[in-house]
Ligand binder design. Structure first.
Ligand code: AMP
Ligand code: MG
Length: 412
């Protein structure tokens, strides 16, 4: 039997990063930068006001106090976006809004709150446009945002390998960029197999069940940061199954199948991929529970990972083998789920020689974990409300209450 870490390695080797592409900012969120971003301009672009108030010459209002305010004529009104060049003459003030260009000659901004009447503009746009009584002295430079104090043109502001976060996108847009060079998402085809499967919403005939793996794994693919090319169903029919693969394989970076890989008859995935001339899909038993039957290889050159059909096995296998490999191929800095130790609230058993992944409920504050539901591979209900996987080593068969176990935090 192949070990979990060996099969993780096999799957990781299979999935290759796509070449960098240039995408619109709106497409770049969550992807990894493939090139440094050098600012071609400075931020702020021009000296501007940090407050709604009055641009003044600080020396003109040096004596201002609440009892002896300095009264100045207001010569101009400067909203954000005003573009004509203005000069502030000594002994005058300009009313100015946050982000508006500072007039030449101004050395400070007095906030509206430091003028007689306080924030008296509310609801009256012409208030304080004739004269202003300044009640507090201004320090030279106060409430002025200087050009280039945030970013100086020529500075490297984002690095290759950095994830494009909302803030990184905001910075790129502020610098006037429309596109970024990124490592694109892996495009994944998810194919579920089984002649018993019907799509939810259709009445069930005897012997049929609702298909759940494709919708579940497609969501898991997107949650991993990758893209879903399609998530079709195929019956246990080799021709039908291979037709689905052929239809999409060329556009896919990875194919994931579920079902049809165990030891029974009618194992469509094994039958179809075992018959290809080049025999590049290897079917193996991996020493884990759930998820023992696994396969990996290529279909028409495209990487393919064949997961078992039981829904819990399928999703746990995706977590253990596929998710980290997909994320690594997209250059994401944290391909694995965060792992931590947690104290077991009740004793457990685990099969000897297999790495067991139980569903668990982690209480991060208390640092405890409780195994949730039976270890069997078809109990989807428990997985649906679990927030972690408990990883129990191959050599461990009994674990006592109060022992520390390793958990994979699925919540982040
Ligand atoms: P298989 O590996 O194809 O023998 O499937 C193992 C078990 O998982 C069987 O009970 C299947 O009915 C079930 N199963 C397989 N694929 C799916 C699916 N896409 N949705 C729900 N159950 C499935
Ligand atoms: Mg099946």
């Amino acid at each position: 039997m192949r070990s979990v870490s060996e099969h993780r390695h096999v799957v990781a080797e299979l999935i290759a990063p796509r070449p960098a592409v240039t995408v619109a900012l709106t497409e770049a969120a969550g992807l990894v930068l493939a090139a440094d971003v050098i600012a071609e301009m400075s931020l702020p672009v021009f000296d501007n006001s940090a407050m709604d108030g009055y641009a003044v010459i600080a020396a003109d209002v040096a004596a201002a106090t609440p009892d002896n305010p300095v009264k100045l004529p207001v010569a101009e009104d400067i909203p954000a976006g005003r573009s004509d060049a203005l000069t502030l003459r000594p002994g005058t003030a300009h009313r100015i809004m946050t982000g508006a260009p500072l007039p030449v000659g101004a050395t400070a901004v007095v906030p509206v709150e430091a003028t007689a009447g306080g924030s008296h503009w509310a609801g009256d746009i012409s208030a304080g446009t004739d004269t202003v009584s300044i009640t507090t002295a201004a320090k030279p430079g106060q409430h002025i945002r200087r050009a280039g104090e945030d970013v100086t043109a020529g500075t490297k502001v984002l690095r290759t390998g950095q994830v494009v976060t909302p803030a990184a996108l905001g910075l790129a847009a502020a610098l006037g960029l429309r596109e970024l060079s990124v490592i694109p998402r892996q495009r994944v085809l998810v194919v579920s197999t089984g002649s018993e499967l019907v799509a939810p919403g259709t009445p069930l005939q005897p012997g049929q069940i609702y298909e759940s793996n494709a919708i579940m794994l497609a969501a898991a693919v997107r949650d991993a940061g990758a893209a879903v090319l399609a998530a079709p169903m195929a019956g246990d029919d080799v021709a039908q199954f291979t037709a689905v693969l052929d239809r999409y394989a060329e556009q896919a970076d990875l194919i994931i199948t579920t079902g049809g890989v165990s030891a029974g008859a009618y194992e469509v995935v094994k039958d179809a991929l075992g018959r290809t001339g080049d025999q590049t899909v290897e079917f193996v038993k991996v020493a884990m529970q759930p998820g023992m039957p696994q396969g990996a290889g290529r279909w028409a050159g495209t990487p393919i990972v064949t997961l078992p059909g039981n829904p819990v096995s399928a999703l746990v296998s995706f977590e253990v083998f596929v998710r980290p490999a997909l994320r690594a191929a997209m250059g994401l800095p944290d391909p694995d789920r965060p792992r931590r130790g947690a104290v077991l609230t009740e004793g457990l058993t685990s099969p000897h020689g297999k790495r067991q992944f139980r569903r668990g409920v982690l209480d991060p504050a208390a640092g405890t974990v409780t195994s949730y539901g039976p270890p069997a591979s078809h109990h989807l209900r428990w997985l649906a409300s679990a927030n972690c996987l408990l990883e129990i080593g191959e050599d461990v068969t009994d674990i006592d209450t109060g022992s520390t176990v390793r958990v994979w935090d699925l919540s982040s």
